[in-house]
Design a protein around this ligand. Structure first.
Ligand SMILES: CC(C)(COP(=O)(O)OP(=O)(O)OC[C@H]1O[C@@H](n2cnc3c(N)ncnc32)[C@H](O)[C@@H]1OP(=O)(O)O)[C@@H](O)C(=O)NCCC(=O)NCCS
Length: 148
């Protein structure tokens, strides 16, 4: 990990500004809340550089009907600020999440990947599952998963 980049657990409300900016076209923060955000079992991670939050991602316990394995988590709301992309920050956040999920004895995690981000997830070892589908107002997606 670069010396000045660190990933740590953050509170649900801390992820909202980046979620809004990167994933929801600047919508009001209260419209960027996901079901389950405030559950104790939900893991919100933030990537910080020099104390500034530049990446966020949220893992919620949510088994997918297509997969086997206990303690499945769904990744939602992964975002890196545009000016910080391509510096491995998203990858390092996911790697840290996988360490935590392994401690939780999770056997698999999955996400609804935007088609534009499928290449990113493939580099992380995720596998595409099923057909492309549309999430209303967001666009085309693929389910992707990784066995831990
Ligand atoms: C997807 C996203 C989170 C990646 O964050 P990041 O911090 O730039 O990721 P990294 O720097 O760790 O990228 C790791 C590798 O994936 C590549 N990569 C990043 N985004 C990619 C994409 N959309 N498609 C293909 N490859 C991608 C990087 O070039 C890098 O490749 P390298 O290892 O050969 O250098 C970021 O681009 C983003 O916020 N995008 C907009 C929101 C979004 O689509 N989120 C995902 C919703 S499912």
């Amino acid at each position: 990990m670069p010396e000045d980049y660190s990933v740590r657990q953050i509170r649900a409300e801390q992820v909202l500004p980046l979620r809004s900016l990167v994933l929801r076209d600047g919508k009001p923060l209260d419209e960027c809340v996901f079901d389950g955000d405030s559950l104790k079992t939900t893991l919100h991670l933030g990537g910080f550089i020099d104390g500034s939050l530049v990446s966020v991602g949220t893992f919620l316990i949510n088994p997918h009907e297509g997969f086997q394995g206990k303690n499945q988590h769904q990744l939602r709301g992964l975002a890196t600020l545009p000016e910080y992309r391509g510096r491995n920050f998203g990858t390092l956040l996911i790697k840290r999440a996988e360490e935590i999920l392994t401690l939780r004895e999770a056997e698999l995690w999955w996400c609804n990947a935007r088609v534009s981000a499928v290449g990113f997830y493939k580099k992380l070892g995720l596998i595409v599952y099923g057909d492309e589908f549309i999430i209303e107002g967001v666009g085309p997606h693929r389910v992707m998963y990784r066995v831990l």
